[in-house]
Ligand binder design. Structure first.
Ligand code: ZN
Length: 230
């Protein structure tokens, strides 16, 4: 029987790279996508396209409207504007309260039911170092917690959280993914979620910088002209 991995898939660049890495490691892919009141549905639409590209057996889309109810983040609260100069801040306003802890909890429940041995998540401690739930300390702790809290963990079927990008910069991630044939043309990163990426929000800027540093051209369309050789 094939080994299985649950992949937390947002439709973004990092999580889609994780799909490619898990596949390359011989896992059967079970992506899980969270609808948590993001400003736009584009992430979910792109996640569906990525899942279809990888021809997965099942793509779970989980609705967590609660994040929208409580707000507290520029990503889930329309009254907080998305930043264009937030990089380098301690904790950006795009931080979503306890998001990764909740996502990984739900992913572990799913992994247990599937009999999966791994949960892949595309967190990186390099570029968005302001997010506390992207730090290796958190992932180590969550790994322990998941194995203490699940039947899988206390029997012989331990689960492990895999974070292959945690020490990679955006450009290193893009280089690795490109080598693995990751379909970056299907991914979305823009906080504004238009048909074309805005090119100016923090997320776009980080993505553009990553492609430039990797010496590659981003295949998605932008509203603004970008000189990929600059
Ligand atoms: Zn943008």
């Amino acid at each position: 029987m094939a080994k299985k991995a649950v992949v937390v898939l947002s439709g973004g660049l990092d999580s889609t790279t994780c799909m490619g890495i898990a596949k390359d490691q011989g896992y059967e892919l079970y992506p899980i996508t969270f609808s948590y009141g993001q400003r736009h549905d584009r992430e979910i639409e792109q996640a569906k396209k990525v899942a279809a590209y990888f021809q997965v057996k099942q793509h779970r889309i989980v609705d967590i409207g609660f994040f929208k109810q409580i707000g507290g983040s520029a990503l889930t609260d329309a009254s907080v504007s998305v930043p264009q100069d937030g990089l380098g801040q301690d904790i950006p306003v795009t931080y979503v309260p306890a998001r990764n802890m909740i996502f990984l909890s739900l992913a572990s429940a799913y992994a247990e039911v599937l009999g999966a041995e791994a949960i892949f998540t595309g967190v990186s401690s390099v570029d968005y170092s302001g997010y506390p739930d992207c730090r290796p300390e958190f992932i180590d702790s969550m790994n322990q917690t998941i194995n203490l809290a699940t039947k899988a963990g206390v029997t012989d079927h331990r689960l492990s959280i895999q974070t292959p990008l945690i020490h990679l910069s955006k450009s290193e991630t893009i280089k690795l993914g490109t080598k693995l044939g990751v379909p970056y043309h299907l991914t979305t990163s823009c906080y504004n979620g238009g048909d074309k990426a805005c090119g100016v929000c923090d997320s776009c800027r980080l993505r553009i910088k990553g492609f430039k540093e990797a010496g590659l051209v981003d295949p998605i369309p932008y509203q603004v002209d970008i000189d990929w050789n600059a």
